[in-house]
Structures are given as C-alpha cells and as structure tokens.
Design a protein around this ligand. Sequence first.
Ligand SMILES: [Mg+2]
Length: 340
Amino acid sequence: MKLHWETKILETRWAWRIARGAFSEIRYHYITLEHEGITGYGEAAHNGRYGETLETIGEFLAKAKRVLEAANPCCYEPLIGKIHELAKGQHAAKAAIDMALHDWAAQRLGCPLHELWGLDPARIPLTSYSLGIDEESVLVQKLAEAEPYPILKIKLGTPDDEAIVRTVRRHTDKVLRVDANEGWTDRELARDRVAMLEEMNVEFVEQPLPADRLDDVAWLRSESALPLVADEDVTAPASLKALAAAYDGVNLKVMKVGGLLRTLQMIHTARSLGLKVMLGCMIESSLGITAAAHLAPLVDWADLDGYLLLKDDPFQGVLATGGQLSLPGRPGIGVQAAAA
Ligand SMILES: [Mg+2]
C-alpha cells in the first residue's frame, strides 16, 4: 500500500472565533492510500488544543508509512490498532489513515461506507449549524446566512454571552444549542449562565467548564435543568465511564478520538453507559465531514457543519439541504475533488 500526503489551505467564510481563540485560514494534511488500483482518501484536521500541529501530524504519517507499506488494507481492523500503538495522541493523523482505509475497503467491496456497517441513512438526524463568537452586526448577517438550517449551535464563553443569546433570540425561534468551549471558569458562573440559557429556551449546553473538572460538572448538573454534553472532556474510550457520572451526553468527533472505527466503538460504549451521543466535527472539508456522516445514523444529535463554514472546500460529498445530511451514493466515502 502506498501512502502519500500533501498540505491544503482552507479559508473560512468568516473569522472562526470560539472561547479560546480565532482563525480564518488553516492548513491540514490530506492523504491518499493506494493499493490494487483503488485510492482511499483521508483528512487530518488537527487541533492545537490536543497538542497537534502540521509538523507533528507529518511526523506521525512518516512513521505510519513504513507500517502501511507492508500491510493488507483488507484487514483494516487490526491494522488500525497497530497505527494507534505507534504513538500517543496525534488523533487527527490516525483519523486520516483510518478514514482512508475505510474508504479503500468500501470501494473494494463496491458499496457506500455506511453499508459496510449496515446503517440506514434515513436515520441521520438534522445537523446543527454553528455560529462563532462575533459582534452583533456580524451575528445578524450570519443568522441570515443560516436561514436554511433549522437548528443553530451558538459559541459562548465570553463576558457578552447574555447579549449574544438575546441577539440570536430576537431574530429566531429555532432550536438553539450552546457550546461554551470550556469558557466558564467557575461553577457558580456556569450555573448562572445555564439558568439564563434555560430561560432563553436553549436545548442543551456543551463543555461548560474546563476539562478535567468532573466534580464541578456533576455539581452543575445537580443545580441545572439543561442537559450537559462533554466535548473537550472526551478523549479516549476509557474516559467515557467517568463522564457518565457527570454529563448527560458526549460529543464524539472522528478527528478527536482518532478515526471512524474508534468513534463507532465509542458510540456503542457511550450508549451502554446511558449517555446521549452527538457526532461533531472540527472546521474541516467535505472529506472528513462526509466520512463522519456515514456514522451519523447511530447518533442522537449531528453537528456536522464544518465544511459549510468554508470559503473554498476542496472536496464535494455530503449535502446538508435544510440541515438534512444526504450521503453520496458512490462506493466508499464517496467524495470527489471539487470542480475548479
Ligand atoms: Mg464543542
């Protein structure tokens, strides 16, 4: 099997701002795995929050190249296990390889990826559409752009949270979800914000407090009426059991947990622990989003909008008409290069 990778630059339509920072351009590694005339595609949408950079991803891919060259992609399950053992972390690089292997295997069998798992695409929930942190005039423009999408996810974790939500609520009565991205630093502040959000008819709150503060999250849950969903707190499969004692649900992302296979395993583990499951994403292209969308029939909430926030998506695959994700019918993940 031959592994190649190259860097692509993605630009966002608006500067993407959340509680811990902002960017409007990002570079990721994109890989191909070729074997027997079939090419599988993968994306490594790395995230500095988890100690990943373009360089660390490149180093990991160089290490994995030797293992992949000697391997048979038909047996991708044990091969992905071997890739995970090569180094700690670097989950976006592992996700790219896992994604390309799944793409290859499903193309080889001639079926769309979800058929490999026996999933029914009619069960994919509506995706939310995310609004980054911005001043009121920009938020209003973004709300107009978000018109086709019936569910909105607002980023909070700022001193202006109440003003942001009031602005959004003045313009829409759509379903609203909130992501604080670890932005509320103490539990009393978080309790007050969640109470305000309940009054604003918000559906649930994601990652209210910094990660690794599960006792405070459990206290917050006892004080609050809205469901709490872990995101930055979710890392390895083994973290799920402890999370179930503090949270109502988990946001699983293919890039964050290290691939489709591990996401699939974690969806089932989370369910067995009584947790609700959201399938989320980074800012990423249609490649990563379409790969994840093949798993979406298994989850309660989809937040697979990363490619909708891009100015220049290099791929085309899943569509999100009116928030309803529809998968391409082609074999594998089913993406193609975007028309020039
Ligand atoms: Mg989040």
